[in-house]
Design a protein around this ligand. Sequence first.
Ligand SMILES: [Zn+2]
Length: 257
Amino acid sequence: MQRFTILMYHMISQPGTIAEAKYACPPEQFEQHLHYLQSSHHCVVSLDEIEQHLLNDTALPDNAVAITLDDGFEDNYTQAFPLLQKYQMPASIFLATGLMGATNKWMQGRDFPERSMLNWQQINEMSRYQISFGAHTVNHAKLSELDTTAAEEEISQSKQQVEDQLGTPCSHFAYPYGLFTEQTPKIVKNAGFTLACSTRSGFNNSKRDPLLLHRIEVYGTDPVWKLKQKMTFGMNDAARLFPLKYYSKQVLQRVGL
Ligand SMILES: [Zn+2]
């Protein structure tokens, strides 16, 4: 069965505070990541190709990996977009639609500096290239804390806003904070989304629920070796010695211990 990986980024900027370091990948490092994907013969695919694979059983290339960026920070346009174009790689950006043209209000007060979000003009421009846009609620909502009606509104209104602004269907969603209840994927499906990305770590294959896709979170602090390790083991927090432990466990299992 064909395995595919979805990477998750947030900001592509120098981190401004310690708290941001996990979420802000410096542009030079992001370029090293893209260069690694290219030179290691990974094939960067769009979420549309993954959708076709999961829903219509079309083939995916070997070593397929998708790049996603959550929230819709302005640096996705100023920093990530030129690099993605340079490497001719598609990506998907999940927009907290009510905050476009504004700032990252939902992060403030937790040692996160104010950051500009994308505006719709920048989003429109990128959409003419290989960048696609999914929804990430209107207000970066904690869906697990909302009642059904409020969750439905956050989910369906963000879809509507992307569609109104871009004039194309928006069929991909990402759960803010990775939070959802048992009911949330059903609400997402009923709103008309076909794919939804969680923050559960791991690989995917055609058996995975399209509304609960797993992703590998790439931290701003991850050098290429760490990205490589995460993509090898399908884990966000593989420690430096993890491969050694992993292999010794395999060996012990093989000898029956
Ligand atoms: Zn988010």
